[in-house]
Design a protein around this ligand. Sequence first.
Ligand code: ATP
Length: 216
Amino acid sequence: MIGIYGGTFNPVHFGHLRTALEVKELFGLQQLRLIPCRLPAHRQQPDVAADMRLEMLHLACADTPGFYVDRRELDREGPSYMVDTLGSLRAEQPGSGLMLFIGQDAFAGLTSWHQWQRLFDYAHVVVMTRPNCTTPELPAFLRQRVCTERDLLRQRPAGLLFFQSVTALAISATAIRELFAAGRNPKFLLPDAVISYIRRHQLYLSSEQDSECKQN
Ligand code: ATP
């Protein structure tokens, strides 16, 4: 079983990494692929180039066996649609089960994703929820796919929807970018190696900090 964890990762932080490790262990995944998007289809274009977001992911994942940084969305033209990503993984791994992991915030917008129903042709979808969270009202297409036994997911390669509670860490990339821009210390929210990279490359500066750096 291969897990897929997509995101903007602008930057990657412990909210991503901790949940990725938990689901890798819970679902006994051989591999958890973290896939940064090049051009997000549903949100503003990130101010940090995709290859830098990719490098930060490499730094963050280097010491974790089973974590694999996958650059396929960077090598594809146009918007990064998850359905295309899953289709290409399915073509490479015809015999493997695939599980797409998404956070609850992302799941709330799932039905606006490009060809969202087809995601289930290629993979199971696992929504990472906060503990004691109630399942939202679902459209019939999704309701029919809900599965409540984790073991069942292993018996099929794709097509089911599962809700998995994970440790809630209220960390967001937005808040981290704001800390950098305010000159505050983001330590303990993301790996030290990623913080060093951000400082070295002067990312996420406020416009005043940015013009000071350019003058110096
Ligand atoms: P931003 O603040 O820029 O929106 P983000 O922190 O939400 O970014 P993304 O790269 O957009 O990070 O998220 C990628 C995936 O990780 C999404 O499925 C999202 O729901 C999930 N995710 C992000 N932060 C957390 C967290 N703290 N705990 C669990 N899942 C998370």
